[in-house]
Design a protein around this ligand. Sequence first.
Ligand SMILES: [Fe+2]
Length: 258
Amino acid sequence: MYQSDFSNADRPPASWRDYLVPQDWARFTAEEHRVWDTLFTRQVPYLGNRIVAPFLAGIPALGLDEPGIPELGRLNARLQPETGWGLASVAGIVPDAAFFAMLAERRFPIGNFIRGADNLDYLTEPDCFHDIFGHVPMLAHPPVARLMQALGRLGVAAIAAGHGEIIARLYWHTVEFGLAREAGEVKILGAGLASSFGEAHVALEADLSRPRFTLPAAANTPYRNDVFQPLYFVSDSLEGTAAALESLDLAGLSALAR
Ligand SMILES: [Fe+2]
């Protein structure tokens, strides 16, 4: 999920469980599994070591290097013992209040569809390649596991307090489209970059702005969900940003709003 625009923020929140659907893994066709394999075998060498180390460690640890679209039951059996996170199948974008409520309970939504073979680089909404390949390896890393839950709890409170846009920006500029320093080098951090063929290199190499991530700067910088980002925030470290977000409460978040 990475297309939040808070158009749903004023609606009464439904239980996130209302959005769950069976993955029905057996319904995926051979061609759909081939699309996954094509995307996976293209993306791993494309990313190389330009992405933070916990991401690269998470892929074999969770068996994501096995062929075909992962079956969520098998994937959960590997992920849950690591960090307590679980994956739940959804039909499409989950409204923001329900999305953050899921995160607060260490549940991450996975779109139960995959892009077509003739449209490998165009997404109208996040599919299972984005949701699984982009997000799930990081959920096996304890600092990110804690960070994502903290964002969920804070998100629920922020939306209720009318600050949904602030939490969306903090989410976007870190776990979705953020960069982070690691051993002195700028690396990909966000799932939207990790799963994109094209934007990952743009984010690292194009002539554009890469401001240092701070809570006030990110909280006050809008993002785009329809084109490549105009800028990418660079965290001093994944662990440092995770700790800063974990310790942020609603009062602190509200104070960030200009
Ligand atoms: Fe996402």
